[in-house]
Write a protein that binds this ligand. Structure first.
Ligand code: F6R
Length: 243
């Protein structure tokens, strides 16, 4: 794993964008794995800005997302699909047919099988963007989840529900489960960029860098991947030693 630490999330997001931009310039039909949450927002802004300047086109790009809440329709304003529409897809020239998302409503067992089939047929992502939960989750693989799982339903941990509640008016509106890609599928990406900003991620970053691989700390699975780039701001890196 390579680690980059920047004084703030603007510069850290710029570093992530430079890597994404290079990939998109090299390969117009890149496959990007995407995450939601507050962490990648500045990266998505930079993607939109360069698209608007005519520097990058997403016409041939395909994307898949790592997770979706159970029980929220795509059109729900807090669904992850809406999040991606509002914060990226609606502002770039991506073909809607090239956007892949797990479905959190309807026949969930069928949705799981279908998403695994979709991911299989898309092949390895050129770049997978990830955030990290304060408890070390990646996508919604919560502590204790087998690294061998593919797409599955997960009960969100109390700390994740608390973290996510900032986006909902009332705590009882926060979904308690999600459909998520498994770690096995996430690790198939050719390159993984994990972003971590803010002091509340500092324990997770310390554990990721200093402790052993264990299913109790899902992000540690990344240690077994050959091309992982961790990009932090100085707050997230405050508990580790770096140059
Ligand atoms: C969301 C996802 C989650 C988030 C993580 C961090 O699609 O995959 O693993 O990346 O919960 O969330 P933020 O960025 O809001 O701190």
């Amino acid at each position: 794993m390579k680690l980059y630490v920047y004084p703030n999330d603007n510069l850290a997001s710029l570093k992530a964008y430079e890597i994404v931009k290079k990939a998109l310039l090299n390969k117009k039909n890149s496959l990007l794995g995407l995450a939601t949450g507050s962490t990648p927002l500045k990266l998505y802004d930079l993607m939109i800005k360069d698209y608007k300047k005519g520097i990058i086109s997403y016409k041939e790009v395909k994307t898949y997302n790592v997770d979706e809440y159970i029980g929220l329709e795509e059109s729900h304003d807090q669904s992850y699909r809406q999040f991606m529409n509002c914060n990226l897809f609606n502002h770039i020239d991506i073909n809607i047919k090239n956007i892949y998302f797990p479905k959190g409503v309807g026949n969930i067992n069928k949705n799981i099988k279908e998403y695994d089939k979709t991911l299989e047929s898309l092949g390895a992502a050129d770049i997978q963007i990830l955030g990290i939960g304060s408890n070390g989750h990646i996508a919604f693989n919560e502590p204790g989840t087998s690294f061998d799982l593919k797409t599955h339903v997960t009960n969100l941990s109390p700390s994740t529900i608390k973290d996510n509640s900032r986006f909902f008016l009332r705590r009882d509106q926060v979904p308690t489960s999600a459909i998520t890609m498994g770690i096995k599928s996430i690790l198939k990406a050719k390159k993984i960029i994990l972003l971590a900003f803010g002091e509340n991620k500092s324990n997770a970053i310390k554990k990721l860098l200093e402790e052993e691989v264990t299913e109790d700390f899902p992000a540690s699975a990344l240690k077994d991947h050959p091309d992982v780039i961790i990009i932090c701001d100085s707050d997230a890196a405050k508990k580790i030693k770096y140059n």
